[in-house]
Write a protein of this length. Structure first.
Length: 116
């Protein structure tokens, strides 16, 4: 069993077979607490959300794309095919040339859309 509190909103449920918690959050969520288990087995995690690497670094791009619903894969800093495809979709949706390359116009648009 788990309890997830994000910016004052509380979600409860059960982890899946692998022990994972999946919960959709608003993109502007800032902080939270995840409590898993009960009694002496209970573990609490403090969550700091919206802490991304800079938008001009590949890992920051991946994190922002994922947050916006573009599946860029793990935010590991690797500009692989999955990340480039997500970047191309973002560029096309925002009126930029869909090259899949991380150029200044794309970084600026990503910061504008994600970071406000």
């Amino acid at each position: 069993d788990y309890t997830l509190e994000i910016d004052g909103e509380v979600f409860t449920g059960k982890t899946n077979a692998e022990g994972l918690v999946e919960q959709r959050l608003l993109p502007n969520a800032k902080e939270g607490k995840l409590t898993v288990g009960a009694g002496s087995e209970q573990v609490e995690y403090i969550l700091s959300l919206r802490q991304l690497d800079p938008a001009d670094e590949p890992s920051g791009v991946q994190g922002r794309l994922n947050s916006l619903g573009y599946d860029a894969g793990p935010a590991d800093g690797t500009m692989n095919d999955r990340t480039r495809a997500a970047l191309s979709r973002f560029q096309a949706d925002r009126g930029l040339e869909p090259t899949g390359d991380l150029d200044r116009a794309t970084v600026d648009k990503l910061k504008e859309v994600h970071d406000g």
